[in-house]
Structure formats: C-alpha cells, structure tokens
Design a protein around this ligand. Structure first.
Ligand code: G3I
Length: 339
C-alpha cells in the first residue's frame, strides 16, 4: 500500500492529441475566436494537443444571427478554417438554447407559427452553412431545469416541448451526416435532472427522432464532483439508449485560494483522470472536450468568483497535473492496448 501511495507514475510520451488518436477518441477543446485570431501560442497549443474543437461562443444564436435577416458567419468560419488547416474536427455549439438569443426574437414573435418558422430557418441555415465542416452539433442545449421540469424559454413558451424534436429533425434534414447531440450540465450523477433527461431522450429515440448523442457538459467543482461509481452508473444508463456519449464541456473548479496548492491540483487531476477512465470504459464513449485552454481564459472565475483554475494549462500555458493525468489515463486505456 505504501509503495502505491508513493509511486510516481512513469512519464508518458506523446501529446494528448496523439494518445487520443490511438484510443480512437475525439479530444476536444472550446475555442475563443478572438484568441484564435490574436494569440499564436494559443493556436499552436490547440493544434498540438487536440483533435477536435468546439466554438465556445461564436456559433451561438446571438453571434450568428444578430438581426432577423443578417447572418454573421465570419467568426465561426475562422474556427472551421483553423480546424480544417490542422486536421481537427469541429463540434457545432449550439443550435437551440434558452440563453444568448438576440433581443429581436422576442420583438419579432407575432404568433407560434412565426416563431416556428423563425427557429426552423435558423437551424436549417446554420446547419446547412456548416455541413461537411461540423461533424456534430449540440442541437438542443440545457432544455431541462435542475428540478427535472422543462426549462422556461422563448422556445418552450411559444412552441411547447415539440420544439425539441423539431430542432433535431430540421438539423438532420439540413446535414444528414452530422451527429446530433442533446447537451446539458448536472447530469453526470443520478438525480431528478438526470432522470428527466433520460426520459426525454428515451421518448425521442422511441419515436425515431434523429438524435445520436448525449453530451454531459462536465462542469463541476472539486468538492461536489460525483464519485467514480455515480459516473459509471450514469454512463452505463445512457449507453442503453444506443447513443454516442461524450463529456462536452469539462472543467473542474478549485477554490480560488487553492489554485496553486499541490494537493488541490492533484485532486483535480484525479477527478479529470476518473472521468476519462470511466468514459473510455464505455465502447460508445468517443469524445472528451475541455471548456477552454488556459485557466485565465475560463468563464468560471468571471461567473463564480470564489472558484477558478479549472483547466489543463496555467496562465503561462504550462501543463498542470490534470494534463498529465489525462495523458496517463489515455496511455493506460485498453482501447489503446487493443490496437
Ligand atoms: O464579447 C463580449 C465583449 O465584447 C464584451 O465587452 C463583454 C462584456 O461582458 O462581453 C463579451 O461577451 C461575453 C462572451 O462570453 C465572450 O467572453 C458574454 O458577455 C458572456 O456572456 C459570454 O459567456 C459565455 C457563456 O457561455 C454565455 O454564452 C462563456 O464565454 C461560455 O464559456 C459559456 O459557455 C456555456 C456553454 O455555452 C453552455 N454550457 C455552459 C457554459 C458555461 O456557462
């Protein structure tokens, strides 16, 4: 036992990207188009370490469709262009969400028929624009509240819950090759929200709505993160639906006072490794995306000031223990051994 406790794992050769390639895994990162434009080190690190990117903000409704008849694809196109140049896949994010919708939607809604037409046009235009460039879409994002009820939104209010299946159907018509995900947070552990999402997806699948994947966002703090058994039970449960499973927005938050403490960084590293290991143990698990590159670029401290440092790289783009832990987990994966 003592030997195990003091055993320092042997360093692993290879980048996350090369290890993920060997494990047949999409190792993704959320990218900010402004940093992509302005920071060569950011670009270099992403191309070296990741084989998939998600647009952190550039493909949201408000950014792509700021006025009723205006689409602004430049920032999203910058991301798909970068990805293409570096042989990296793209997850589109997100076609339908209750947040980041432009104010004009509320003003423009004159009837349910009009809202339906407006949403259909948005989904079809965006999915068509990125056809062949985005291999997957978060079609519906966060449609369920923490208590398991459907979340209040302009879409639910105006269209009822049918907006969910319609969005999947339209996205599939526009891009039949894209893998279509339902994406949400807080479903990594059993509870009313997970139950409601499971029921929602089971119902869609039973009626042949084209939904292909479940994205577990994976935002969590070190104190309330689910344990190994809960994560396993969760992934096994959703695997029964015949879906592809991914962690789509992983970040594991430390208390602000602990961000440089070795014990906290090790705990964070263990949690990242646990998520990766439990994912890799499922044959249908094929993607692990982290929600940002370096700690200071994360959304977390701006929204939750007592938490921070949730990512794999520090402010100097130096690798953190969590980075090494993910490499170890990929290196040890039986998926790699089997190849
Ligand atoms: O670009 C403007 C800038 O011009 C302005 O000066 C500044 C002032 O606040 O705001 C900037 O926009 C911000 C944008 O991030 C870019 O930094 C928005 O206000 C801010 O709301 C936006 O936050 C994003 C948030 O989603 C809302 O869209 C975060 O970057 C992004 O990480 C976060 O991501 C979400 C996923 O999409 C869904 N799951 C949860 C996850 C975390 O909230």
């Amino acid at each position: 036992m003592l030997n195990r406790l003091f055993h320092k794992p042997a360093p692993v050769e290879g980048t996350l990207r090369s290890l993920a390639d060997s494990a047949n895994l999409q190792m993704g990162v959320a990218v900010d188009d402004r940093l992509l434009r302005g920071d060569p080190r950011y670009r270099e690190l992403i191309a070296r370490e990741f084989n998939m990117v998600t647009a952190e903000d550039a493909m949201k409704f408000e950014r792509l469709h700021p006025e009723p008849d205006v689409y602004t694809f430049e920032d999203g196109d910058l991301i798909t262009g970068f990805a293409q140049a570096h042989g990296v896949a793209v997850r589109g994010h997100a076609l339908v969400w209750h947040r980041m919708n432009p104010a004009w939607i509320e003003d423009a809604v004159t009837s349910p028929e009009h809202l339906l037409k407006l949403l259909r046009e948005h989904v079809v235009t965006v999915a068509t624009h990125y056809r062949g460039r985005a291999c997957a879409w978060d079609v519906v994002n966060e449609a369920v509240s923490d208590d398991g009820a459907l979340r209040e939104s302009v879409w639910l209010r105006g269209l009822g819950k049918e907006y969910i299946e319609k969005a999947f159907t339209w996205a599939h018509e526009a891009d039949p090759d894209a893998c279509l995900f339902y994406n949400d947070y807080g479903c990594e552990h059993p509870g009313p929200k997970q139950d409601a999402v499971f029921t929602l997806i089971s119902d869609l699948k039973s009626r042949d709505v084209p939904i292909h994947g479940m994205g577990f966002q994976g935002h969590m703090n070190v104190e309330s993160a689910p344990g190994r058994r809960k994560v396993t039970r969760t992934l096994e449960r959703f695997a029964t639906l015949g879906l592809r499973l991914q962690f789509t927005e992983a970040d594991i938050w430390l208390r602000s006072d602990d961000c440089l403490k070795p014990t906290a960084l090790k705990k964070q590293a263990r949690l990242y490794a646990m998520l990766m290991q439990q994912g890799l143990a499922q044959g249908c698990f094929d993607g692990f995306t982290v929600w940002g590159v370096a700690d200071h670029q994360s959304w977390v401290p701006a929204h939750f000031p007592s938490w921070g440092a949730p990512l794999l790289f520090d402010e100097d783009y130096a690798e953190k223990p969590a980075y090494d832990a993910l490499r170890q987990a990929l290196h040890k994966s039986s998926r790699r051994m089997a190849r």
